[in-house]
Structures are given as C-alpha cells and as structure tokens.
Design a protein around this ligand. Structure first.
Ligand code: FEO
Ligand code: CA
Ligand code: CA
Ligand code: CA
Length: 643
C-alpha cells in the first residue's frame, strides 16, 4: 500500500540525529550539485567503476510498442498481446466456496478464497523442462483489506466474525495453475492449495527465537507467532521456498498508552487502529500485550510444495517494515538477501548467510536464513558505499545502548541501524538483481519530506532531490562482483518525473516514457528490468501527477537506460506483483486495489464510485465490487513477453 492512510501517514519514525549525510558532508555540497544542474558525478553514472560496469552489461531487446498513459478502467497491454484475468479476491483456492459479489461471504469462506489486495508474487514450476512453463504454483501476498468492500455493509457494524474475515483476507495464497492451450486456469481441486492468514500458526526461528521481547501470554516461549499480515513484496529462494515480507504491521495495533520510544520508532501510536481488530481480538491491544507487535515486521519463509509445513519467521533478517527480499547465490556460495525498509528516511539491508548453498542436498538449505550477518547500507557522496554489520557487541551495539544480545539487535533493528550511522533513504521499496551482471537495483518510491523544514540537512547524493515526489531508482555494484562484499559502488539509474512539470527539479531524467513512484522491480531472465508504479490514489491524475495517468508497468534496458511503458492499470489501482514462467512466455501481474477511493476505504453503498474493475473489463458476472486480481499476459504469437 502507499503510506497515505493506514500506514504511518506522518511517515517519519526516524528522528535519530546521527545518521544523515549532514554528518559526512555539508548539505551545501549536495545543494551546489543540484544548482549546477548536475546531481553529482555519482548520480550521472560517471563513477569510474560504474562506467566500466556499464560496458559489461548486455543490452536487451524491448520488442513492443509503448502503450500511452491511460485513465481508463481497464488493463491495457501493447498491440499483439493478450491480457486475461486469472485469480481475483474471493475466488476459491481449490474446490468451493464461490465468491459472493455483495461482500456477504463468511469468514469461513474467506479462509478458503483469495485474499484482498494482491501484492508480491512468485511462480514455482511443477515438472521439468517445458512442462514447468505450463504448470506450476503461484504464491502471492494479500497485503491488506478495504473493509468497505470486504463486508456487505462495510464497517457500519463490527463483530468478531468481521474481524475473523478481515484476518482471513490477509496473508498468502498458494494456488496451482495450468495452461490449457493459450489460457491459464486455477486447478481446482488442488492438493497444494493453501492460505496462510493473519491467524495461522507460524514458527519463530533464528537468533531472536525465544527472546524475552517475543514472549506473550499465548506463547510464553516466544517460538510460535500467530499469523502474518501486511505482506507486501516477496522473495523466492533457490531451494524452492517463498518469502513473504511483513510491512506496515504497526497499523494493526491499538493502545491506550503513550508509546515508548521503541514503539514510536516502529510507528506504533496511542489510539485505536483503523482495522479495529483489537475490539474483538485482544492481542492487537498492545497496551495489554506489549510484546505482540515485536512478533511482526519479519520475513516469513513458506514451503509451497509442502502444504502441511509450518511457515517460519526468519529473525536473522531483522525486524522492520519489510518491503521485499531479493535472494542471490553469491559466487562463493553464500546466500545474500537484499531488503528495503519502506518508510521515509529508512534503510537498505543485506543479509549474508553463514553457511553455503548446497545444490546437491536441498534439505541442507532449509535453515540457511537462520544464521548469518545482517548489514545496513551507507552510501557516500562520491559513488561509494559500505555495508555496516549489525552485530551485538560491535561498536555501539552493546547492552549499555539497549542491545543486550543479538536478538535485541534484530528486534530493534531500526535502532541498531541508527546507531551504526546508515544512510536514510527515500522509502526503499523493491530490490532486484540483474541476472547476468549481479548489479542491484532499488526503487526509492518518493519522499515528499526530504529536506523540508522538519528534516533539514537530509539531502545527499543518493537521495538528491528535496521534496522527492516522483522517486528514483538507485543501483549498486558489489566490490569485485562479490555479493557478500563489504563495499560497493553506486549510481542513480533514473530520476522519475514529468518532463512537462513546471518545477524543473521535478522533471527527472527519464529516457523514454513518463512515470513516478516506482515500487515493484523485477528482472526477467534476459535482463529486462520491469518497473511497477504505486502513485497514491490521493494524488494520482492531479497536481504533480496530472500527466502520468493510472499506475503502470514499464520495461527498462539497463544499458541504454531506455524505459518503455508496457502496461497501464485500471482506475484507482496499484500495479504490484510480477512473476514469469521459465520460458518467458507468460507473465503474471497483480492489480491491487482497483477502484480505490481517495480515502482508501470504499462506501459499501457505492462500491464502484471510483471504478469497477475487473467487471469493467472482463464482464459483469465478476460481480459488483472492485476486486484485486492476478492477470496473465501472453503474446498472441506465443513469443517471449517483452522481447
Ligand atoms: Fe506495500 Fe512499500 O509497499
Ligand atoms: Ca501495495
Ligand atoms: Ca508503495
Ligand atoms: Ca510496495
């Protein structure tokens, strides 16, 4: 979701004084660079190491005609492509129960149906070779709910049943999918079909497992959490598991008490939470259950091939507002996971496993994410950077500073990153690694507060724009191409913006089609970079965003930097979640919160006031309420999508 409503709308939990570039270099230098019309050598890709890297990057084909910006209530794809609806909110994961278009389905129904607000997604082939490209599992997140659409009368009445239904509409879906001819369908019934929801049992593993700060009345050992929610982006491991990332968990907790400094650092507030779970499920009352919020904000590993397996919260990857988890096998065999913390002025992290990936013994990889070192990124002003370890006992991460053990470092991960002096970024969203060069790209979606009067001195070369309304994509290359390296070189791949914007600073430097607020990033096998946007519904198609149309998906050639628009979404949606088959011929994309009201909560009496997708595009039988959904994109000639 965007941060406008349910999340930390003030948007800044990080008031640590010690972590901005103001400490490293005076703001004057950054400002001078902006005044020069330059964004610094690094920002333009003129860093020696990066320039050399550019020559090693293979160019890719963008073999499609761009689609224009759109405000239509439909998904548009290029000429010669088909788009089909596969799996929308309320569709059964296996046999039954059917979706009820008026929102009257029960909580028990919802537990066996697609959740709301589809987000990050991965495809797992079933079968070998070409068979794996026509038959597989799709695993996807359901980030949050619009309770105005979820229940027949919205939130006008409130009950334990509605809370249970809302919890069941969160979490993760596992569905089996099969291509029959040119059309994909959900296999029903399927032995793999599964929902993990906001109340499913989930193990807690890694260095913080059992920690005193994770113990609760219902789980005195601190080893078993209940549920996962606000699952935003995702990751996929080489041993065949899915990673789902808990983002704005703070918005689900209510408290009658003034929050502590630690609670504030994660955006917990005094007062009632908009989701109103606490009214019928006491564990969401954080005054009564102060450790319950500590059990969220993690990366959760799910094995989709074993429907009975217990998902695990992998605490070694740290606790923050996780966006996604990009998993790589380093040249030396260690596993590396890149992760963003999506809030204004938060950080970019990297986990390096202690043990190596073992291709021959899949079982040996099951706990690779439980032991290793978590690092946080510090970008310097000259195109270089370092990964700072978050290790108990090193530097300021000691008991005197509130870090008595490694568990505390991971649970208070943001405070640990503050303490080591990491770089505060413009909302790190998805991270994606080029499959051939190992170069890593991160979407910094926007930060309207950068360098404003409340945040003076926060401009720096890696976040070079004051009031960054359009966002940018930064990229880095690890030293010697080693993903486990402690140093890197970086540059800014693109500053998004509108070339027609009256304010020169907001025009950006896109070589190609206009967009803003990049969020989803994904590389296909050949190295095409897919970019998905999340402009908040409250600002889309007006003001700064008057010329940019509905949220969209674009494709970039990382060598030429050309960016071409491939898809536009329906009214009120975010485009997020992308996965492809191994042959590259099918692309799955998620359309989240179509028809969303600018207030982010629908009026159940006028549910289609702001859009009626997918019924608007695929037929009225799909029901009277907007529904998030997975679409399938194929080329009419059966070729590689985007190629
Ligand atoms: Fe759920 Fe940061 O997007
Ligand atoms: Ca979202
Ligand atoms: Ca976003
Ligand atoms: Ca996102």
């Amino acid at each position: 979701m965007d941060q406008a409503h349910f999340a930390a709308d003030e948007g800044v939990s990080n008031d640590s004084p010690n972590a901005t570039f103001a400490d490293i270099l005076s703001t004057d230098i950054a400002r001078r660079r902006l005044l020069q019309g330059s964004l610094g050598a690094a920002a333009l890709g003129f860093v020696p190491g990066m320039a050399a890297a550019a020559t090693a990057r293979p160019s890719v084909k963008l073999g499609f005609k761009a689609v224009p910006v759109s405000t239509a209530d439909a998904v548009a794809v290029p000429e010669g492509y088909n788009v089909d609806l596969l799996y929308a909110w309320g569709d059964p994961i296996s046999s039954g129960p059917a979706f009820k278009a008026d929102g009257s389905g029960s909580a028990a129904d919802q537990e066996r149906q697609a959740g709301m607000h589809h987000d990050g997604m991965s495809y797992f082939p079933l079968g070998k070779g070409s068979e794996g490209s026509t038959h597989g599992l799709l695993v996807m997140n359901h980030e949050y709910t619009d309770d105005g659409l979820l229940h027949a009368d919205g939130m006008k009445t409130w009950s334990a049943e509605k809370v249970r239904k809302a919890q069941a509409a969160h979490g993760v879906s596992v569905i089996e999918v099969l291509a029959a001819g040119n059309r994909w369908k959900v296999v029903r019934p399927s032995p793999y079909a599964r929902r993990v929801t906001a109340s499913s049992p989930i193990g807690i593993s890694g260095p913080a497992a059992g920690h005193a700060l994770l113990q609760t009345k219902d789980d005195p050992r601190g080893l078993r959490a209940f549920g996962t929610f606000n699952n935003c982006a995702n990751g996929q491991t080489p041993w065949g598991t899915y990673l789902t990332c808990e983002e704005n968990f703070n918005g689900y907790f209510s408290s009658a008490k003034e929050p502590t400094a630690d609670e504030k650092r994660y955006g917990l507030k005094q007062g009632g939470a908009g989701y109103r779970w606490h009214e019928f499920d006491e564990r969401f009352d954080s005054a009564k259950h102060p450790n319950e919020p500590n059990r969220f904000g993690w990366v959760v590993e799910i094995d989709p091939l074993r429907p009975d397996s217990l998902p695990q919260k992998r605490t070694a990857l740290g606790r923050f507002k996780h966006e996604g988890a990009d998993v790589q096998i380093a040249k030396n065999g260690h596993i590396v996971v890149y992760m963003g913390d999506d809030e204004r002025f938060e950080y970019i992290y990297k986990f390096v496993s202690e043990n190596k990936f073992d291709r021959q013994h899949p079982e040996a990889n099951r706990h690779l994410l439980d032991r290793g070192t978590l690092y946080v990124a510090k970008f310097d002003e000259f195109g270089g950077g370092v990964w700072l370890p978050l290790v108990h006992g090193e530097g300021k991460l000691t008991a005197e500073n509130g870090f008595p053990d490694q568990g505390a470092v991971l649970i208070r991960c943001r405070q640990a990153a503050d303490a080591v002096g990491a770089t505060k970024m413009d909302r790190p969203e998805w991270i994606a690694t080029h499959p051939k060069t190992g170069e890593v790209y991160c979407a910094l979606t926007n930060n309207s507060l950068r360098a404003d009067e409340k945040n003076p001195g926060t401009l720096n070369a890696s976040n070079p724009r004051a009031k960054n309304v359009f966002g940018h994509i930064i990229r880095w290359r690890e030293a010697k191409g080693d993903a486990t390296a402690k140093k890197f070189e970086w540059d800014i791949f693109v500053l998004a913006g509108d070339p027609k914007h009256p304010d020169e600073a907001q025009r950006g430097n896109i070589k190609g089609d206009v967009f803003g607020s990049p969020d989803g990033l994904w590389f296909d096998k050949t190295g095409r970079l897919w970019i998905q946007t999340d402009v908040s519904t409250s600002v889309i198609n007006k003001g700064d965003y008057a010329n940019i149309g509905n949220n969209q998906m674009l494709v970039a050639d990382t060598v030429t930097r050309e960016i071409r628009r491939f898809l536009t979404g329906p009214s009120g949606c975010e485009v997020t979640g992308i996965a492809g088959t191994p042959d590259g011929k099918t692309l799955f994309v998620n359309i989240q919160h179509p028809g969303e009201s600018p207030s982010e909560r629908a009026d159940p009496e006028k549910p289609t006031a702001f859009g009626a997708w997918p019924a608007s595009q695929f037929g009225a039988t799909l029901g009277g309420r907007p529904r998030s959904g997975t679409v399938v994109i194929r080329r009419e000639d059966g070729g590689v999508v985007g190629g």
